[in-house]
Write a protein that binds this ligand. Structure first.
Ligand code: GH3
Ligand code: MG
Ligand code: MG
Ligand code: MG
Ligand code: MG
Length: 327
């Protein structure tokens, strides 16, 4: 376990020159009962950096190998002589082995793919359509996703109280938002799902501070974060982007869905009456929404683009009189 964390630190902080290990190799365990197919995978990865592959042809052998050795990735045939992929995913969870898994499905098993993903696999590939490019893309995809998650955990352990949450409001902070948006872009493209981004800015918030003081201003921010959190679905990602600005990542959400959520937030905030001691007042917000488009740009470049577009729509909403959601 300790060894594993060290490897991840090297990977994640490769920018810090003194701890770089560019010769680090990801160790792959390939579980496959068809020996010809195993050679096929090995051949596809021959001239890549993923040369360390261990093959095993049953679930029971895979389980004992996983308990003895340190692997970084599992490539798993869906059907094996002694069970299926679900069984190994359950085993990994039970043994708390946090490893990314790519499932290879045979012809006709594509329908179980989404069930497999929900069960904890990182990705799936169809055996009939497998080529070098899609295999490499999948490996990079699951490893990147895995390291991003690991990094968050590691950062919390090493730095104690550095968390993904904003201190005042308890929703996700800017640091987490940046990470999450890139991860969601990657996932949305991979599974050809829609992705919406909403940027929110409170209207005339300076007046709240100027009239009632910063303490009240802070309490308002906290309440509005609660309203936003209560208005979204479990897998939406509400963040405090900065001062009185919020951002909301909406995975798997189309135009109608985004409009419903954002209008709900706008209404809930506009309807709420803030009461502190003898004063009471109301507040509105403006929002700009945009969607991920097909692109060949890097995920981080697309992330910058999304924020820019949502900001532009938000700016328009302000200019058109505030208290509105624009797309
Ligand atoms: P509008 O957005 O409608 O153009 O007007 P605004 O008055 O809200 O303008 P802007 O978005 O530029 O306002 C930022 C203000 O938000 C500045 C500051 O007074 C307030 N603010 C930012 N962060 C905080 C915070 O953490 N606590 C409190 N109390 N106020 C904050
Ligand atoms: Mg098989
Ligand atoms: Mg602002
Ligand atoms: Mg402003
Ligand atoms: Mg504002």
């Amino acid at each position: 376990k300790i060894q594993r964390v060290k490897r991840i630190v090297k990977k994640t902080y490769s920018a810090g020159a003194d701890i770089v290990d560019i010769h680090q190799k990801e160790k792959i365990l390939h579980v496959e009962d068809d020996h010809a197919y195993f050679e096929n995978i090995r051949a596809l990865l021959k001239d890549t950096k993923y040369k360390y592959i261990k093959n095993t042809d049953s679930l029971s052998n895979a389980k004992s190998l996983l308990l003895k050795k340190d692997f970084d990735l599992i490539v798993l045939d869906y059907l094996l002589p002694d069970g299926d992929a679900f069984e190994l995913l359950d085993f990994l969870r039970l043994k708390k082995l946090n490893l990314p898994v790519i499932i290879l499905t045979g012809q006709g098993s594509e329908s179980i793919a989404s069930r497999i993903l929900r069960h904890g696999a990182g990705d799936y590939l169809s055996k009939t359509k497998l080529d070098k490019e899609s295999l490499l893309e999948s490996i990079e995809f699951v490893l990147e996703k895995h390291y991003l998650n690991q990094d968050k955990e590691r950062a919390m352990v090493v730095m104690g109280d550095l968390s993904a949450k904003d201190e005042l409001t308890g929703i996700y902070n800017r640091r987490y938002f940046t990470e999450a948006l890139i991860r969601e872009i990657s996932g949305a493209q991979r599974y050809q799902k829609k992705l919406a981004l909403c940027m929110i800015d409170l209207d005339h918030f300076k007046m709240v501070n100027d009239s009632y003081g910063h303490v009240v201003g802070d309490a308002v921010l906290k309440k509005i974060a609660d309203i936003i959190k209560n208005a979204v679905r479990e897998y939406d990602i509400p963040c405090r982007y900065g001062g009185e600005e919020f951002s909301l990542i909406l995975p798997d959400t189309d135009r109608d869905g985004a409009e419903i959520v954002c209008e709900r937030i706008r209404n809930d905030v506009a309807d709420y009456v803030f009461k502190y001691d003898h004063i009471s007042f109301q507040i509105t917000l403006s929002a700009g929404v945009t969607f991920l488009k097909k692109s060949k740009d890097s995920n981080s470049k697309q992330s910058d683009m999304l924020i820019k577009q949502a900001d532009a729509a938000l700016y328009k909403a302000k200019n058109m009189g505030r208290n509105r959601v624009l797309f």
